[in-house]
Design a protein. Structure first.
Length: 332
């Protein structure tokens, strides 16, 4: 098995609450041939003081540029043949680098993507729901995928640079990794989804934050789809969002439509249409709800079932707004 140098790249912006744990986990790795490159995106807290306590290579950006540009800078700086991207709130396992090294010993593999652990220290509904959704949607992916996930993903450095890195038009981290994964797949490079490569995400969410993130993600995925649709040289569309959830957005809006009409013109058929559409919205996500029931409490599954229609409507509004703005010339 190869023992390649792995360059771990961490974009950092005001990450003092989680950075120490992130770095401690890296330096507890059972794989020794690695370097840690920290890209400071103009932090205003004491992130750099924390980083200086570890043997990291620190690169300071001259102006705030966003996570995509920071990661690209890290890839340019890296000395390793393998570059491993994680976020500053990610806790890798001691064998994570060994798993990555093992995967890249297969020369057919050009990228490796992991997933978030189902275990999360924050127990409130919003945090658990969002984390488990991210865990589940990556857990059910096939072995070879067309999506990367910058919280925990690795590439062969030469191929990453050949493809131009992440799209720097994305200033906030959201779908820049999805877009890059699609470019990867279009060029017939293979990204392996290794379900052993799990990491804890130190992230607390409120319900409002979950809804805003899902709105933004659907907005940016729609913009990406539309940009690609009108390109002469199209790239393969690929996302980690299950098609059943995409379909449930349609039924969530149908339920909203039936409900609204019934307010002005009460009718038994409208009530039936509302109930049928609402239940279909939930049923389309039955596999995810069944998974929640297995690993969590029944009450959490019920809460999630009630939350899904609202989440679908908010996600759908992102699609609608993106489509309207695209018509009027907006591209990001």
């Amino acid at each position: 098995m190869l023992n390649d140098l792995i360059s771990i790249i961490i974009p950092v912006y005001n990450a003092s609450n989680t950075l120490k744990e992130c770095l401690e986990a890296i330096f507890a790795s059972n794989y020794s041939n690695y370097e840690v490159i920290l890209i400071d995106d103009c932090s205003t807290d004491n992130s750099l003081e924390i980083a200086n306590n570890f043997p990291c290579k620190i690169v300071k950006l001259s102006q705030k540029s966003g996570a995509a540009a920071a990661r690209n800078k890290g890839a340019e700086t890296a000395q390793g043949e393998i570059i491993f991207f994680i976020d500053s709130d990610i806790i890798i396992t001691p064998n994570a680098l060994s798993i990555i090294n093992e995967n890249f010993s297969n020369l057919e593999i050009s990228g490796v993507v992991g997933l978030l652990s189902a275990k999360l220290r924050f127990k409130n509904f919003a945090s658990q729901y969002k984390n488990l959704w991210m865990h589940y949607t990556y857990k059910i992916l096939p072995d070879f995928v067309g999506v990367s996930y910058t919280s925990i993903t690795a590439f062969r450095r030469n191929i990453f640079l050949e493809l131009g890195g992440f799209d720097k038009c994305y200033k906030d981290a959201n779908v820049e990794d999805t877009e890059f994964g699609q470019r990867f797949l279009t060029k017939n490079y293979k990204i392996y989804s290794d379900k052993r490569l799990e990491a804890e995400h130190i992230k607390h969410y409120t319900l409002n934050q979950v809804l805003m993130l899902d709105f933004k993600r659907s907005y940016e995925l729609t913009m990406m789809f539309l940009r690609n649709f009108f390109k002469k040289e199209k790239q393969i569309n690929y996302t980690s969002v299950p098609y059943t959830f995409m379909l449930s957005i349609l039924f969530a809006y149908l339920s909203l439509l039936f409900f609204s009409f019934n307010l002005f013109c009460p009718n038994g058929l409208l009530i039936f249409g509302f109930m049928f559409s609402l239940l279909t919205t939930i049923f389309l996500n039955a596999k995810y709800l069944s998974y929640l029931n297995k690993i969590n409490k029944f009450t959490f599954m019920l809460q999630s079932a009630l939350f899904i229609p609202l989440d679908a409507i908010i996600s759908g509004s992102g699609i609608i707004i993106a489509s309207i703005r695209f018509v009027f010339g907006t591209r990001y």
